[in-house]
Write a protein that binds this ligand. Structure first.
Ligand code: UTP
Length: 298
């Protein structure tokens, strides 16, 4: 049972729900607080020991590659100006992690993006972390570490992060059906997955939360996945097929203090930005005072 070190970040989507902000820049590069979204994702992966990271990119996504590349010219200018605080902000470009890039020229769905990772992954288990979603860790060891532990100890084909959503919101998410009698508080086996069920038809309120661990068997499941009405390969369908191939599917529930922030639409992008601005070490106090003043005017 070897540790998992490979991770895949799909960032090839068009981000149409965030137009015009995403017309010529990747949504994964939109700032949340001081950093672009995808930097939080990479930092989360590296903290969990996942230091071989493949980005599945597409057109107009080269800013992501530039962001994680060293910039000797910028370092020279900041060093000459003795701007050590700013130099510290660039420390993320010189970690031990290795970054790889491959291309999904046409965004044909998340499963199609994951398929691009097959040669990178080889025979290893690997993590998939959506590039437009931040996971805020609580006080525990961290969501990904827990997911990897559950995945390896259960011999699962797929382990999915899950977050409780309100019953009225199930239509926005992939929702899981736990096996009968499962205690869903921490880790449990999943019987089925349903994409965007109407309130009332949802088998639970546990929504798929942007982080997955897979065995390489997922590529066989993706090959067998039929395109949906829009011609896209949905990862949820591939996971269902994985189960039909005899693989166990496990779920790991986000714990108190852990939270998923998905910035894929303006409502969640705005609220995510406010939360991170409020939590900022230097500017949070000022933002809080401003919001209090503003709230009195509303
Ligand atoms: P989304 O489905 O939320 O992103 O995918 P999208 O398609 O870019 O968004 P809209 O609906 O047009 O607004 C979640 C993550 O998966 C990536 C996206 O880049 C995003 O980070 N993705 C999605 C791909 O890499 N390829 C795809 O074909 C679809």
């Amino acid at each position: 049972m070897s540790a998992i070190v490979k991770a895949v970040i799909p960032v090839a989507g068009m981000g149409t729900r965030l137009l015009p902000a995403t017309k010529s820049q990747p949504k994964e590069m939109l700032p949340v607080g001081r950093r672009p979204v995808v930097q939080y994702v990479v930092e989360e992966l590296e903290q969990a020991g996942l230091d071989q990271i493949l980005f599945v990119t597409g057109r107009k996504k080269s800013a992501i590659e530039d962001h994680f590349d060293a910039d000797p010219e910028l370092v020279r200018v900041l060093s000459a100006a003795d701007s050590y605080t700013l130099l510290d902000e660039l420390a993320y470009t010189s970690t031990e992690a290795s970054y790889f890039y491959t291309r999904q020229s046409t965004p044909l769905g998340l499963a199609d993006a994951v398929r691009r990772a097959e040669r990178f992954v080889g025979d290893d288990n690997f993590v998939v972390a959506l590039g437009d979603s931040i996971i805020k860790n609580g006080s525990g060891t961290g969501l990904l570490a827990k997911m990897v532990e559950v995945h390896l100890s259960s011999g699962a084909g797929c382990t999915i992060a899950l977050e409780h959503v309100s019953p009225e919101e199930t239509y926005r998410y992939g929702i899981v059906a736990p096996v009968a009698g499962a205690d869903t508080s921490v880790a449990f086996e999943i019987d089925d997955l349903v994409e965007k069920p109407a309130p009332g038809a949802a088998p639970s309120t546990l929504a798929i939360a942007a982080r997955y661990v897979f065995s390489p068997m997922v590529f066989e499941a993706i090959r067998r996945t039929a395109p949906d009405r829009k011609g896209e390969l949905q990862l949820t369908d591939s996971i269902r097929l994985l189960k039909q191939l005899g693989q166990r599917i496990m779920g790991v529930t986000l714990q108190p203090g852990e939270r998923r922030y998905d910035i894929g639409n303006f409502e969640s992008y705005f609220t995510t930005f406010i939360d991170f601005a409020l939590a900022d070490e230097k500017y949070g106090y000022m933002v809080r005072q401003y919001l209090k003043r503003k709230a009195r005017e509303l």
